[in-house]
Each structure stands twice: as structure tokens, then as C-alpha cells.
Design a protein around this ligand. Sequence first.
Ligand SMILES: NC(=O)c1ccc[n+]([C@@H]2O[C@H](COP(=O)([O-])OP(=O)(O)OC[C@H]3O[C@@H](n4cnc5c(N)ncnc54)[C@H](OP(=O)(O)O)[C@@H]3O)[C@@H](O)[C@H]2O)c1
Length: 216
Amino acid sequence: MSRTLVHSFSISLDGFGTGEGLSADAPFGHAGHRMHTWMMATRFWHQLGVVDMGDASGSEGIDNAFAERHEHGVGAEIMGAGKFGPPGWQDDPDWRGWWGENPPFHTPTFVLTHRPRPPLEMEGGTTFHFLDASPAEALDVAREAAAGRDIRIGGGPTTVREFLAAGLVDHLHVVQVPILLGRGVRLWDGLEGLEQQYTVEAVSSPSGVTHLTFTR
Ligand SMILES: NC(=O)c1ccc[n+]([C@@H]2O[C@H](COP(=O)([O-])OP(=O)(O)OC[C@H]3O[C@@H](n4cnc5c(N)ncnc54)[C@H](OP(=O)(O)O)[C@@H]3O)[C@@H](O)[C@H]2O)c1
């Protein structure tokens, strides 16, 4: 049975999944890249080739073990409009996402938005489909496209929270980063008692982050 997964979703100690003041120059607003420093140090990230990391090969410890799960068994991704582009991207007909012509999804990728547009076929197997749909409806469409493989809910915090509130997430991997953002978009609002629906495990990494998994 195909599962619905959230992988490597980073939050600050005070529970924010992104900062304030998102823009084309600041995809995470005032948080900068502090939420993902742990991931950018891994071998997984270096091999992804999103940015040129020179000769360094990246760490191979626990952070890498979690990060590389991004690659396995996923047949479709669902993301929010806020992950796909900066505020206002819907007014730019040429916007094709942050990731260049070969985005690191390699599957059908469903972007939830109240302003859908025709699909965008990219290189490497990623096609962006734009959907105005409830989480349950979006999941049905993604499940069909995933052909038996898992569906990843890719973020941002508003979208992950929506799927958690609807009881649609089977496995949630949250990475608690030891920073205090103070402002931004929170993950946990309205989800009181969520942990009671899951088996929760935690493991801390020498990098300073804590990996929390919630498994149904
Ligand atoms: N912490 C992490 O690991 C992580 C991971 C991924 C992304 N991010 C960051 O998170 C930020 C974006 O998060 P966010 O919470 O602001 O936004 P988001 O969750 O990416 O997107 C929310 C938006 O998606 C659209 N949407 C969501 N559900 C919908 C539905 N059921 N039907 C139709 N449209 C729907 C709406 O946009 P419209 O009404 O405008 O169409 C809504 O405002 C970015 O900074 C991104 O870089 C962080």
C-alpha cells in the first residue's frame, strides 16, 4: 500500500517551518539557509548538485542517512504554492520553479494553488501539475500518478499542516534545528495531541539537530 510521507522537514526550536519576508532573493525569508545547514553538509546534498560544493564529498553519518531517504520509493510529490515560488509567482507566466530545468523530484509533482495553470514538463521526469483541490482530492490524484509508490508531501509548513490536520500523513520526519526564529510560518498550530496518533522516536545528531519520526 502506498504511504504518504513527509521527509526532512526542518523546523526551528520554536516550531517555524519558514521565516518571514519570503522573496525571490530569500526563499526562507529571514531564516536564510539556517534551517537546512544540516542537510547541505551531507553527501546526499553534495551529490544532488543543486549548488556547486567544490570537491568536498559531504558527511555520511546520521543526517545523511535521513536525507537520502528522499530518493527511495516515491512516485509523486505534493507541494504548496509557497514552496513552488516566491509570493506573486502566479503573476509571472515564465516562472518554472526554483530548481532549474531538471528539478530534484523526478516524478509527477502536484502544486496546490488557488490559481492553477497548464502543466509544466521539465527534464528528468518531473512534471509540475497545478491543482486547486482539497488535501484528500489532491492525494487521490497523486496516488493514481504514483502507481503504487509512496507520495511525498514536500512542504511548506502550511501544506504539511493541512495534510496532518486531515489525518492523511502516515510517516512524518521532522528535523528540529537548534535555532530560534521568533517569526514565520508555524508547523504545529491547531494540531494539539497529534503525537497520540503515532509512534514517536527521536535521535540526535552530532550536527546539533534532532530527527523526530512520527509513524502510524
Ligand atoms: N522547513 C522545510 O523543510 C521546508 C520545506 C519546504 C518548503 N519550505 C519553505 O516553506 C515556505 C512556504 O511555506 P508556506 O507555508 O508559506 O506555503 P506552502 O505550504 O508552500 O503553500 C501554501 C499555499 O499553497 C496554496 N494551497 C495550499 N493548500 C491548498 C489547497 N488545498 N487548495 C488550493 N491551494 C492550496 C495556497 O496558495 P495560493 O492561495 O496562493 O494559491 C497557500 O497559500 C517557503 O519559504 C519554502 O521555502 C520549508
